[in-house]
Design a protein around this ligand. Structure first.
Ligand code: AMP
Ligand code: ZN
Length: 118
C-alpha cells in the first residue's frame, strides 16, 4: 500500500517537509489553509495516506472518507460559517479540474457561492 509519495506536495505538507498553515490533524486527515484562497474561508482537507483521487478509494477508506466530512463540519463551525453556509468540493481527474493528485476536499465559505456550479 502506498502511504506517501515523495513528489506529492500534500504528502510533503503532511510529513512537515513543506510549509502550510495547519488547522487540524488526526490519524486520518490533515486540514490546512489553501495557498490561493478563492473565498474568505478556503481550507483543504486531505487524507494523511496518499490517495490520488476518489477513483482510488476503497471500502478500507470509508472511515477516512467519513472523517473528511466530520472534520469539515467542525472547522466550518470553528470558523463561524456553519450557519451562513459553505461549499465542499472534491475535484476528480482532468474533467473535474483536479490539479493536485492527492485526494482533497475544498471547504469554501464566508461569501455567497455562485450558481450554476461548473
Ligand atoms: P484542485 O484543483 O482541486 O486540485 O485544487 C488544488 C488546490 O491546492 C488549489 O486550490 C491550490 O491553491 C492548492 N494548493 C496547491 N499547492 C498548495 C500548497 N503548497 N499549500 C496549500 N494549498 C496548495
Ligand atoms: Zn500525496
Amino acid at each position: 500500500m502506498i502511504t506517501a509519495s515523495p513528489t506529492c506536495i500534500f504528502c510533503r505538507i503532511i510529513a512537515g517537509e513543506a510549509p502550510a498553515e495547519t488547522l487540524f490533524r488526526d490519524s486520518f486527515v490533515t486540514a490546512f489553509q489553501d495557498i490561493h484562497p478563492v473565498a474568505p474561508v478556503h481550507v483543504l482537507l486531505v487524507p494523511n495516506r496518499h490517495l490520488e483521487s476518489v477513483n482510488q478509494a476503497t471500502l478500507e477508506d470509508e472511515a477516512m472518507l467519513g472523517r473528511l466530512f466530520t472534520v469539515a463540519r467542525q472547522i466550518a463551525s470553528d470558523l463561524g460559517i456553519a450557519e451562513s453556509g459553505y461549499r465542499l468540493i472534491i475535484n476528480t481527474g482532468r474533467d473535474g479540474g483536479q490539479v493536485v493528485p492527492h485526494l482533497h476536499v475544498h471547504l469554501i465559505g464566508g461569501r455567497r457561492m455562485r450558481h450554476p456550479m461548473g
